[in-house]
Unconditional design. Structure first.
Length: 175
């Protein structure tokens, strides 16, 4: 697949990721409005469960997009127990002569945090998940996805126009 085709796939997928981020924001605003305007109808647990679903969805979309891009560019990913974290680590480093880093340090750290939160959410045995923990995580998840979207736009632009014309990532990738 050509680099231009990969870039087109990335940009289309980023549109879906941006739409999901906006859906999370809209739902969060709706719950917050209910909390302040009609507190007898507000449920912190329902609010947290809805946000947990969005957080999982956002992370999964970002992870799937990174996996697809890296597979198209020839990066090998072994399906080990830790492959999710390895995917992020590989995406955050430059492969000299092959590709630039896909993720900045900020996006890498944010997605890594979302991966840990996704594990907590998925491992919510017997409903022990603390709603406050999810609600406090929303700004972090939002920032992680915003950095990821920005980095993937820059990466796609680099595929189209060459790495010299693509904006540099905000921070160097982790070593």
């Amino acid at each position: 697949m050509s680099e231009q085709a990969i870039a087109a796939i990335v940009k289309r997928a980023l549109g879906r990721l941006e739409a999901e981020l906006e859906a999370m924001d809209e739902d969060h605003r709706g719950f917050e409005r209910t909390r302040t305007e009609g507190p007898t109808f507000y449920s912190e647990r329902s609010h947290a469960l809805a946000m947990a679903s969005h957080i999982q969805g956002l992370y999964s979309q970002a992870e799937n997009l990174l996996k697809q891009v890296m597979e198209q560019l020839g990066d090998e990913l072994r399906k080990t127990e830790a492959w999710h974290k390895q995917l992020l680590e590989i995406a955050a480093v430059e492969v000299p002569g092959v590709r630039s880093a896909i993720l900045s340090e900020q996006a890498f750290a944010g997605l890594e945090s979302m991966l840990r939160m996704r594990h907590v959410i998925r491992s919510n045995y017997a409903g022990d998940l603390k709603p406050a923990r999810i609600l406090e995580f929303i700004p972090d998840a939002r920032a992680a996805i915003e950095h990821t979207i920005s980095d993937l736009h820059a990466f796609a632009n680099g595929l189209i126009h060459g790495p010299d014309d693509a904006p540099a990532l905000t921070h160097p990738a982790p070593k």
